[in-house]
Design a binder for this molecule. Sequence first.
Ligand code: FES
Ligand SMILES: [Fe+2]
Length: 442
Amino acid sequence: MKLEELQQMKEKMEDGYLPQWVVTDPEIYNLEQERIFSKTWLFLGHESELKEPGQFITRMMADDPILLMKNKNGEIKAFLNSCSHRGTRLCTEDFGKKKTHTCPYHGWSYNLDGELIGIVAGNKVYGEKMDKSEWGLRPVPRVESYQGMIFGNLNFNAVPLEEYLGEMKWYFDIMLGRSDGGMEVRGLPQRWVAKANWKMTSENFAADPYHVQTTHRSAVEMKLTPTDPLYASYGHQVVLSNGHGINVITSATGESANKYQGMPESMWPMFEKNLNKEQLEVFSKVTNFVGGVFPNLSFLSSCSGSEGTKHNHLNFRVWRPIAPDKVEIWVWYMIDKELPEDYKEKSYKGFLATFGAAGTLEQDDTENWARIIEASQGRMARDRKLSYNNVANYLMGFDNVEPDENFPGPGIAYPTCYTDHAARSMHKYWLELLMKESEGEG
Ligand code: FES
Ligand SMILES: [Fe+2]
């Protein structure tokens, strides 16, 4: 794809338009794999999934299968899940605990540091020359964590994770660092494949509370959410660095009937010890945090249940692109480790009813994403002549919404969540990354 074409798209985006065909185009997809998914920090899992030495989980980073394990020193190591002999997938399980991983093909085995420690028939077949230390598993070039969230990066020269997260750390501290002992993942991440483009799913969380009243109308009808058409607009949409974004949704008055997202009062002194004044101000009023870390990690911290029995839950999700029109969705449920068991149980049930593969709200969203693909793959929608009106509309809040200087958190905060500021920022960053290599290539 020519640099001029990407530049032209960026100019369009500055004006609030995004060509519709970018959600189904194979060339764009290949560029994204090379210039975004090979170079940015991708979420792999949470430290609570690897509590003891020997525990392991298998994940995907773009198209690479990854094996994460905790070694004897308690360090988390991540490797390409591929045997160094003939390259077969080494570990075939999703999770477990073992001291050594033995390849199912010819039986080579590796320890928790990824070192090759055993070869079937060893010296008898390879002689003395083969040096086992040269045939360990290939480590993921960079693995770093923040607030228990483990990320990997295929780019050795990437900026440190904390620098990449930037202002998002302040919000992560509220969601993940408010309790002593942090958060824990409950159960396994749910996983399924959906017809969708990763940009649309990421945008839905980072930048689009506007869809809530229409898409999730059944929740209104079940009296789970208010009838007010502006209900998900109250609060602030905050544009963060590197294409990240977050919506800090409150009630219409800006105050929440459920302080600290309705969590038990016994937890409050701990929150007040772990968070600063500005963070507490935001946390005491928020009803939902919904946002995303570019490119494809999204999160939602909300309360579910009927009035008076609301339980907070936090879910993180990865939209792993597997084709221009397909994502593999991974959803983790997380909860404060310190919360009483009965609270966790009720919260988990609330999560399962609303989000995850069988959740009602989740399926509302998934249908729309599939329909975007269906309506964007035909000749008319894919026509690249920009004289056609083949663009999606990102004009909301374009020149009628100004930043709120009084918002206590970092980032550029707009005093409504019904605006396209975060979406425009995300798509502009996406285009900048796509163009980066083109410039270098001359
Ligand atoms: S491929 Fe693993 S031992 Fe041969
Ligand atoms: Fe939704």
